[in-house]
Ligand binder design. Sequence first.
Ligand SMILES: *Cc1c(COP(=O)(O)O)cnc(C)c1O
Length: 410
Amino acid sequence: MEHTQGIYTIQGIDVLDLAKQFGTPLYVYDGARIEQQIAKLKNAYAAADVKIKYAAKALTNISILKLMRKNSVGMEAVSLGEVHLALRAGYAPSEITFTPSGVDFSEIEEAVTLGLAINIDNLSTLQKFGARFGNTYPCGLRLNPNIMAGGNIKISTGHSNSKFGISVLQLSEILDLMKKYSIRISGLHIHTGSDIKETQAFLKTAEVLFEAANSFPDLRFLDFGSGFKVAYKEGDVVTDIQELGAKLTKAFNEFCNQYGRKLELWLEPGKFLVSESGTLLVQVNVVKLTPTVTFVGVNSGLNHLIRPMMYDAYHHIVNISNSTAPAKKYTVVGYICETDTFGSDRDLNEVREGDILAFKNAGAYGFSMASNYNSRPKPAEVLIVNGQAKLIREREKFEDLLKGQIEVDL
Ligand SMILES: *Cc1c(COP(=O)(O)O)cnc(C)c1O
């Protein structure tokens, strides 16, 4: 979103016009911003054979998946639902990596039938996989590197008490199963968590991966996961992608030389690709003065954007309807009937009822975590490509709330 002379635009389109045309609450995604992020990542890792797999759970709209495919980005899926969306978006099964957490073995069997790349995340599944498929179908392993990193404990996945991956401390058990069933391990995967800002944490994880990799002779790829931190507010320290890319590809190429074969370097960014592309537009329902706080109540809530309440996430908020007025302090809250704060003590240009507010960086884990809590319909979604706004999801209606419900005679 650009801001000049009091007007907010995306690719030249006045954002207020979008709110008028499509209504609010509304998720708007800037396709060009997503393409910029893809280019930035490819550029930073250009020194290696890098394959970018978009972690679909961040923003799963099929038109977004198609945009990724158009930009030669592969797909990282954590459920068969995401897999089938990716197939519908035109992906070949081999371009989809399936990295589920603790799923029933039937899902792994379906992934084999479909022909996906699979990362197995526990010894019990690896044992079943070996017994069922032996050396007939290669698989990857999700390892737990035993490292604590990430912005919040809920999104830190690589520490020793995390449920994710097979601990690197259980390497000998992995090797026993591999030998017993002649399993072909084609790749090793590590995803340490989200919102990791220190380059050093990524490099430390990489070292763990390299060390483990020496025990696997059939590798084709090493998957370094994701977790790149993006700026949610001004001055936020973020992952230096250029520096990390340079250092990691260097270490990776050195490892490949020592390993004796060129491998592919896989990355699985979600947030990095889509977070900054997204804006949630809401309308101010009420301005409520209390003796201590001025609340701004908007026509959305944690049902549409749960990150502030769930992860203490900061989303920058701007009043795009009155952007030249003097700023005042406000606490912006949703309409859900429990504490539902988007931002406390924020400086906003004077807010009037009916104004449109924009929550920035709402592309990742925004709509994809939205619910119908309080029986509120989900927002519409709009994607802006080539200077044109395209509706990519209808606003839900009352009938959608009843869908699937069975009214019995009582
Ligand atoms: C969620 C997830 C990602 C993406 O994480 P971001 O922080 O959004 O980049 C990547 N890989 C796996 C396996 C994941 O579960």
